[in-house]
Write a protein that binds this ligand. Sequence first.
Ligand SMILES: Nc1ncnc2c1ncn2[C@@H]1O[C@H](COP(=O)(O)OP(=O)(O)O)[C@@H](O)[C@H]1O
Ligand SMILES: Cc1ncc(COP(=O)(O)OP(=O)(O)O)c(N)n1
Length: 268
Amino acid sequence: MNNVSCALTIAGTDPSGGAGIHADLKTFQELKSYGMSVITSVVAQNTTGVQEILHLPNEMIVSQLDSVLSDLPVHAFKTGMIANTEMMEVILEKITTINAPYVMDPVMVATSGDALIHVDARSYLREHLLPLTTIVTPNIQEAEFITGNTIESLSDMQDAANQIVYKHGAGAALVKGGHLREEAVDILYDGNKIHTFTSERIHTKNTHGTGCTYSAAITAYLSQGIPLPKAVDKAKRYVTAAIKHALPLGKGNGPTNHFAPRMDEARQ
Ligand SMILES: Nc1ncnc2c1ncn2[C@@H]1O[C@H](COP(=O)(O)OP(=O)(O)O)[C@@H](O)[C@H]1O
Ligand SMILES: Cc1ncc(COP(=O)(O)OP(=O)(O)O)c(N)n1
């Protein structure tokens, strides 16, 4: 067991099992990384939306981070929902001590339209956490906030990815086009070149947790030492299969599907 790959997620919860920490741990498990989690906020939510949010005290978030970091190796980590500036400050102080790739899913608004972070925390995230990342994975709306530009085409996505690296200091930027056009095209700028990842559009309303699943898959692959463009390529295949076989559960947007027997196509 010496070469076990350990992946950590720092994020909010989803008791319905589709997004947040739950999607992250399922993805880590499926992709054979040992999963660990630090909870930032307990979110009462389901496939129809968010009902209530309880933010954990910052001391408890620090305490969870200390429990993990003082005892176990971290080979890659991701952040998801970090609700406010104070929480970001304490997390920043701890993650700067981790010597491993950092994947940021800059979660701002849930698929349901519910806000998951305070508006004033968005600027802190951009100015202080973004420069620490190995890769950030914004959707179109998040990339528009980070760059301040409207994104309507593939060329706009490429410009945004470049700008997020050069102007805002991210290690790499993966701008996800899930909401843009017929094909699901994502653009990665890794500091050297633009990479394009394309999949068919799957016509389903069951997309709860897609962004969490995708960034968790990238984290799992990075924890296993797979280099960035390849890790994104493999993660794209994983999330596409998870959407293709998404589960028609609940009254709203059902969750991505991580069931092992159906995921073989994503593991090749
Ligand atoms: N209907 C869909 N069919 C196929 N791929 C999709 C679909 N919706 C989203 N994706 C893909 O899922 C991933 C998550 O993207 P996106 O939905 O844009 O981000 P977020 O979930 O953060 O809003 C991306 O790879 C995107 O291209
Ligand atoms: C705790 C928590 N984190 C993130 C999200 C966002 O999930 P979702 O609304 O499904 O959007 P994507 O995962 O597709 O970006 C959430 N709902 N809860």
